[in-house]
Structure formats: C-alpha cells, structure tokens
Write a protein that binds this ligand. Structure first.
Ligand code: PSU
Ligand code: MN
Length: 308
C-alpha cells in the first residue's frame, strides 16, 4: 500500500481538490522553469498564461512548488508571485524534497519533483517545456538528470517539446529505452528538439490524437506497467528557431559552462540563461510559446483520461 504520510506536508488548492474529487481533468505544472529557467517577471507572466491556456482547454492547472516547507499543489496568484521573485529558492529534485520541507525552505520543483508531487496528489498529466536528460560528455561527467529515473518509476505522463540539444539526445533516448519509458510523438515520427521541430532521431510511437494517447496510458497503467511516459509535442512552426542560430548559441553556452567549471544542478540553469542571452531573447519567446502549446495538448490528454 502506498504511504499517505505526505498528506501532512501537502496543501492542495481548493480548485484542484474539487476537480480531483469530481474526476475532472487536471494538469500539473513545474516550477523550476519559473525559479531557475526564466527571468522575472517573464517567468510569472508565462506561468499565468500557461494556467489560463489549461483552463481555456477545459482542465484545471496545478502548479507545484514548495513554499516555506509546504508541498503546494496549485498556487494562488500571491504564491506564484512569491516563488517567481523569491531569492534563495532551492532547485528541488527527488533527493532535495525532505530537506526543503524540514528546513521550511522554498523550492522550485524540477520535472522529477513535480512528477512525484503530482503522483502523490493523484494527477496523471503534466505539461512542461523541456526535460532533463543525459548531458553531452556524460560518458566522463556522469551528468544524467534525475528526471530520467523518475520517468522509470512514477506514473505520470509528461508533455514536453522534446529534448534540447544542450543534451546528448541519442544517449537520452538509449537511457529511456533501458528504463522502459515510452517516447510518444504527438503527430510526429521525429523527436522534436525543443527550439526546433527536428532532431534527427525518431520517437518510439507516433500517435495523432490525444484520445489515442490517453487510451495507451490507461492500458499501460491498468496493466501495472509502472513508470511515466514522454509525449513529445513539436514547437509550432511559426515559433521554431533557425537551427544554425540555436546550435551556435548552445555550443557557446556549453563552452562557457566548461570554462567556468559549472557542475551538478547548476549546469542546466546556467546553459539556459546563456542561450537566452546569446539569442537576444529569441529563445525565451520560443520557450514561452512551446510551453503554451504543451499546456493545450496536456489538457486534451487529461480530458481523454478523465473520460475513460
Ligand atoms: N529544460 C528546460 N527548461 C527547464 C529545465 C530543463 O528547457 O526549466 C529544468 C526542468 O525543471 C528540469 C530540470 O526538470 O531543468 C533538469 O535539471 P537537471 O538537468 O539538473 O536534472
Ligand atoms: Mn545534472
């Protein structure tokens, strides 16, 4: 039996609680993208737009964060402003959660931590921008995101725009295969690469409707095949970046990270910030648009799951 001890530490927003009790569609959202992925105030503005998008498509948004040691499932406007502008927010993955709770600290939840909290609360679908993965050079650095382990064990489907080429996309796919995590392309055979629609790698299964995706998730979990799934949703054509521009920025950002000796959990936020600087904000606009697009698809999948 699953432990319910977490309930002591968790606050579920009234709107989210009601939707869960009624079996209505709910979509989880992460907060590392807010605390470590985008600058203030665009981070809070984006978070609000994403929540609105989810409501527009008939689901209830549940943005996750840790505030003063409480696991928050669904944030009020004040709470969102608070985490979006607070200093000393911990980037929280699986390992960090108990310490941020005991220390009554603030935490931005990564994909891994958001999946954990979503699972605790009973939310099956989660929308984000990009996931962590196997970093380039991982054969010597061993830098592999804890997100990948979470996909292997936690029953939450994550809608993302594929894997960024700050990662080694090929190795990330190999890792997911080993762990039994399906990568589903929404309307695409090719795995998108976040800022661009192409990566040169194929997905495992192409599914063209949210209903088919919901159905396959239902079958997976119904059979007791635990673990998450990745739903890769390409950035809309009009917001996709030029491959050469983004590749150059990423190479430069990776070189800077290496030169400055950036390690551990600082790597991803450092590179994201550099890429934003180097593309003069163009990557930020793409990032915002692709998250909105993922929120829409996640809402449809959540609706599909609530109907079966
Ligand atoms: N990729 C992005 N934007 C992000 C992240 C990744 O394009 O904000 C964040 C997510 O929260 C993800 C985390 O879970 O970075 C992965 O960090 P790491 O590589 O340290 O596991
Ligand atoms: Mn890492």
């Amino acid at each position: 039996m699953k432990s319910t001890e977490f309930e002591k530490y968790m606050d579920i927003a009234p709107e989210v609680k009601e939707a869960l009790e009624k079996g209505l569609p709910v979509v989880a959202l992460e907060s590392t993208i807010i605390t470590h992925g985008m600058p203030f105030p665009q981070n809070v503005e984006t978070a609000l737009m994403v929540e609105d998008e989810i409501r527009k498509y008939g689901a209830v948004p549940a943005t996750m964060a840790i505030i003063k040691g409480r696991l928050k499932v669904g944030l009020s406007r004040e709470e969102l402003d608070y985490v979006g502008s607070a200093k000393d927010v911990v980037k929280c993955s699986r390992r960090d959660i108990p310490f941020v709770v005991s220390g009554k600290k603030d935490g931005g939840t990564t994909v891994a931590a958001t999946m954990i909290m979503a699972d605790m609360a009973g939310i099956k679908v989660f929308a984000t921008g990009g996931i962590g993965g196997v970093h380039r050079g991982a054969e010597t650095s061993m830098d592999i995101s804890a997100d990948l382990e979470e996909f292997a064990r936690t029953n939450v489907a994550v809608v993302c725009a594929g894997a960024k080429s700050i990662l080694d996309i090929g190795l990330t796919l190999e890792y997911l295969e080993t762990k039994g995590v399906p990568v589903i392309g929404y309307g695409t055979e090719e795995l998108p690469a976040f800022y661009t629609r192409e990566s040169g790698f194929n997905v495992d299964y192409r599914l063209d409707s949210p209903e088919e995706i919901a159905e396959s998730l239902k079958i997976k979990w119904g059979m007791g095949l635990d673990g998450g799934a990745i739903i890769a949703n390409p950035i809309p054509e009009e917001y996709a970046m030029d491959k050469a521009v983004i590749d150059t920025a990423i190479s430069q950002a990776l070189a800077d990270a290496k030169a400055e000796g950036i390690k551990g959990k600082k790597v991803t936020p450092f590179i994201l910030e550099k890429v934003m600087e180097l593309t003069g904000g163009e990557s930020l606009e793409s990032n915002i648009q692709l998250v909105l697009n993922n929120a829409k698809v996640a809402s449809w999948i959540a609706a599909g799951l609530s109907k079966i």
